[in-house]
Design a protein around this ligand. Sequence first.
Ligand code: MN
Length: 288
Amino acid sequence: MTNEKKLKMVLGPKEQHWVGDGFHVHTLVSPSPELYPSITPFLLMDYAPPSEFKPTSKKLGVGEHPHRGFETVTFAINGEVEHRDSAGGGGIIGTGDVQWMTAASGLVHEEFHSKEFAKTGGTFEMVQLWVNLPANKKMTPPRYQGVKNEQFPRVQLGEQTTVQVVAGKCLEKVGPCNTYTDINVFLVDNKLKDSIVLNFKEGTNSLVLVLRGKVFNEQKPLTEKSLLIYEREGESIKLDLEENTKLLVLNGDPIDEPIATYGPFVMNTREELMQAVEDYQSGKMGYL
Ligand code: MN
């Protein structure tokens, strides 16, 4: 019997806003000083719930913009995202694929629906996560990892619940995405009503986003777009799942360092932020 982590808070969906003209997102968490201790090493989570896009020849998304000091992780739950960055990274991720982009010392990139997807239109659903880097890794070179759906190991839990291991480890299966600190990222899917336990380290933060279905917390159903945030204390999370539920589960070692944020930059001090703006403006983060 392991010591269970207690649910600390549940955040509901905020009003949707457009990121460029391609991503209609709910920002479930962003890096405020108040919230950061509960969500670190994660900084931000944008969720674009399923929505229909009509066929178009337009490029839908966000054009060239910079990042420094962290990683952006994009989950194409449904649809296709095309990415290109000034460090030479790029590619198209389709349904079930994940892109783990380390901005670190800085780059500029663009994020669009793929040309093919825009042309045919259809249901688009995506999650973008910002993952913090520790101070001593913020200025390492950028890195790009694009991982296909079929490359992820899957673990069977409970009755018929599948855990897709994106990063970290679940029952000895290791996810293919490399991380700078200890992080577990799982996509959990079940058909039948089920109850599962995920084991994590003591002292780590854990977040669960409900994409489909329901999670029960002491009989109370938490429905789609709910974000569950757990206490650091404890070593496991118990999830009571309604049938046909889909979750994004995040867990990681906290990075308990000061954060300073300004738009697309997340550093430790104001001076570093000012340096980031200067480096971007003078072209040190490169061009597309
Ligand atoms: Mn971006």
